[in-house]
Design a protein around this ligand. Structure first.
Ligand code: DAH
Length: 341
């Protein structure tokens, strides 16, 4: 019997050395310490032993049971440590590695240009006023001194809706009427940014949708000198302190007198190049003194109030600033274009 016990101990301790995972350890426990293991059978047979044998065998069997339990605990702990070490190794983090660069978004070149324009006019005391993109014929044309069949309407090829008298605004100028109507007879100094629509043949220079910034100042003693000073200052802040502006007589139905503003070509400094088509000047906006009829339509008495207005194309300004050759790039969503700004 003692030999048998020694045998059990030896093979159990040998077998546990080969155990590499929890499942194998459980199998080991069942076969060496489980209910029907040879060791437990020895305990079960105690009753059949003689009086002399019983304490000897009993003590030895208990010793072995303790030894096997100790071995089991030791192995359990060893496996746990090994698993931990393994997971630590696989989760290792090298804190000295440089971080992964995140792709950075950026503002659209038109947004950048618009914000620059807002900043400049804000410094001069202009507020931003937003008005609708779907307009009535009345606001887009009639109240701007263009009754039905007025020949000047030909300056704006228009997208009409299926509702009579409702169209997509062809310029931001109808916003002038909205803002005057809302604030008359208070003095006004606002810019009106927004998208406008024209029924055009799309080309490198013309798109059916583009952005304008309109300006309007109305008060009791506003003169053409204020218009000149404001726009010449804007040109310098936008394009550079040395840039000169010139005012060319022009015609718009809603201003009298009207002027177009050119700036000296900053690419050739006035010498003449491809961009300014050899003239040395670049046209950047239309402007003028608000027509008395328009002032009256906005709720101001033209005998007491006067004002100036202007309107510029933002794509055109961005094209000049960044030397962009095709207006279609702005709405094409091509990252190769956008990532340059
Ligand atoms: N609305 C004109 C256009 O779209 C631009 C313009 C010219 C606006 C003169 C004005 C202005 O306010 O006074 O071509």
């Amino acid at each position: 019997m003692l030999d048998q016990l020694n045998q059990i101990e030896q093979s159990a301790l040998q077998a546990i050395e080969a155990v590499q995972d929890e499942a194998a350890l459980e199998r080991w426990r069942v076969s060496f310490l489980g209910r029907s293991s040879p060791l437990m059978q020895v305990f079960d047979q105690m009753g059949t032993l003689s009086k002399e044998e019983r304490p000897l065998i009993g003590r030895r069997a208990n010793e072995i049971k303790k030894a096997l339990e100790t071995a089991l605990n030791g192995r359990t702990e060893a496996l746990r440590q090994a698993a931990l070490a393994h997971s630590l190794a696989s989760e290792r983090l090298d804190v000295s590695l440089p971080g992964r660069p995140l792709p950075l978004g950026r503002l659209h070149p038109l947004t950048q240009t618009l914000r620059e324009i807002y900043r400049i006019f804000a410094e001069m005391g202009f507020q931003v006023y937003r008005s609708r993109e779907v307009e009535s014929d009345e606001y887009n044309f009639q109240l701007l001194n263009m009754p039905e069949d007025h020949p000047a309407r030909d300056m704006w090829d228009t997208f009409y809706t299926t509702t009579p008298g409702v169209l997509l605004r062809t310029h931001t100028s109808p916003g002038q009427i909205h803002v005057m109507y809302q604030y008359a007879p208070e003095p006004i100094r606002v810019i009106l940014p927004g998208v406008v629509y024209r029924y055009e043949q799309v080309s490198a220079r013309k798109d059916t949708q583009f952005t304008q910034v309109e300006g309007l100042a109305v008060g009791r003693s506003i003169t053409f000198g204020d218009l000149k000073g404001t726009l010449a200052d804007f040109a310098r802040r936008m394009f550079g302190q040395k840039v000169r502006a010139r005012f060319r007589p022009s015609y718009f139905p809603f201003t009298e007198p009207s002027a177009e503003v050119d700036i000296e070509c900053f690419l050739c400094a006035g010498a003449g190049c491809q961009v300014c088509k050899g003239s040395g000047w670049l046209e950047i906006l239309g402007s003028g003194m608000v027509h008395p009829t328009v002032l009256r339509n906005g709720g101001y008495d033209p005998e007491q109030y006067s004002g100036f207005a202007f309107g510029m194309g933002v794509e055109r300004i961005a094209m000049l600033r960044y030397k962009i050759e095709d207006i279609r790039y702005f709405w094409a969503n091509d990252l190769r274009f956008l990532e340059q700004f």
